[in-house]
Design a protein around this ligand. Structure first.
Ligand code: XIL
Length: 375
């Protein structure tokens, strides 16, 4: 069924509801259905908000997973916990597994990450391993050791600790995070601390070290900035594809590409041709795709809430409609679940409403957009 038919169908159902007089839609409270007080049928108890269809079941009916990044601090919020358990079959630690978070000093402190891992195992959730190598989360002590020794043993030891401890629960490892930067030189790679120490080979070595310790998990290169129609993002797509080709031709154990998908209405709307071409080339190399960090930064927070939420939902649907045409997609994760904890608000503009739930845990049009895209 086409989306337009679904919308027409929903509108028709609403009018039937109004005609038979069992309920009216209270437009002042988005998403809530209230009984009309002067009608006898109104005595029937009704939930305050209609049940929200779980994203995980919509995804799994298509053979996909749905997941979200979570911060360990949010586990103390029961609404957060229950929404994660209802909607997700997999979670990504937003911070807790990053090198500088787990080992700000040479002594590893697993407390926060253990909390997330035990929440996941108690609730039957799988985990994404985010992330083994990311230049932006390299602790200072490791950065200076790397700069002075250029010793792979440092990286290997880190992998061994993290994979050794969480490997049983992690289905996908973001082995290398954000290696691409077309402005840094001819091969399109970011000249980060790892590159400076080992050259391009660091990527392959990381994949090999991780694969040796987690032979059954997926080995992911996770990247951002691949969705829009600009010369720069075009270069980013090309640089990523070229890197993947080089890795494949050398037999490096990469099997999955993580597309972060931090959508951004300030850049316009997603560029269907560019994304489609990239997806086709990735599939052509025999690789899987995971959408790993979906959220939508807003361009104009001065509009009405309804309009803003509609724009966010439309952009989400546009993107997912393209990528979900490809049968090598494993699943979709959002970067957070509710606006109550979103890096868009803390690191961009505090007004952002770029996740499926609002701060009061009401599902927003973005939630329905994901459901519709899965359908
Ligand atoms: C971000 C977190 O959301 C922030 O809270 C943290 O301060 C910095 O990292 N790409 C990634 C994620 O791969 O790890 C980043 O997460 C967002 C961009």
């Amino acid at each position: 069924m086409k989306r337009r038919d679904l919308i027409i169908g929903a509108a028709a159902a609403l009018s039937v509801g109004q005609l038979i007089g069992c309920a009216r839609v209270d437009t002042t409270q988005t998403g809530s259905v209230t009984a009309t007080p002067d009608q006898p049928q109104a005595r029937q108890p009704r939930p305050a908000t209609p049940p929200v269809r779980a994203l995980r079941s919509a995804a799994s009916s298509r053979g996909l997973y749905f997941g979200a990044a979570i911060q360990s601090a949010t586990l103390s919020d029961s609404r957060f916990r229950s929404s994660v358990v209802r909607d997700c079959s997999i979670i990504t630690p937003e911070w807790a597994m990053k090198w500088d978070s787990i080992a700000p000093s040479r002594n590893y402190n697993y407390g926060e990450m253990d909390q997330l891992a035990s929440f996941a195992s108690r609730n039957g959730l799988a985990m994404r391993g985010h992330t083994l190598l990311w230049d932006k989360s390299l602790p200072r002590w490791a950065a200076s050791a790397l700069a002075s020794n250029r010793d792979w043993a440092l990286i290997d030891e880190h992998f061994s600790k993290i994979i050794g401890r969480y490997g049983n629960q992690v289905r996908e490892w973001d082995v290398v995070n954000e290696p691409i930067e077309p402005n840094h030189g001819g091969n399109g790679l970011r000249q980060n601390q790892f590159y400076k120490a080992f050259g391009e080979a660091y990527i392959e070595r990381a994949l090999e070290s991780a694969k040796a310790r987690a032979p059954r998990a997926r080995m992911v290169i996770n990247e951002y900035g691949l969705e829009y129609n600009s010369g720069y993002e075009g270069q980013r797509r090309l640089s990523l594809l070229r890197l993947l080709e080089r890795l494949r031709s050398r037999g490096a154990p990469v099997d999955t590409v993580g597309l972060q998908a931090h959508l951004d209405l300030r850049k316009g709307n997603v560029y269907a041709d560019g994304i489609y071409g990239m997806m086709r080339d990735i599939r052509g190399m025999g690789l899987k795709v995971a959408i790993t960090e979906l959220d939508v930064a807003e361009a104009n927070t001065g509009l009405s809430i309804e309009r803003r939420d509609a724009l966010v939902a439309d952009e989400t649907r546009r993107y997912l409609d393209i990528v979900l045409q490809f049968n090598n997609v494993l699943g979709v994760s959002t970067w957070g679940l509710s606006d109550s904890h979103s890096w868009l608000r803390t690191q961009r503009s505090a007004a952002n409403r770029g996740l499926p739930y609002d701060r009061e845990w009401q599902a927003k049009p973005m939630h329905s957009a994901i459901l519709t895209a899965f359908a």
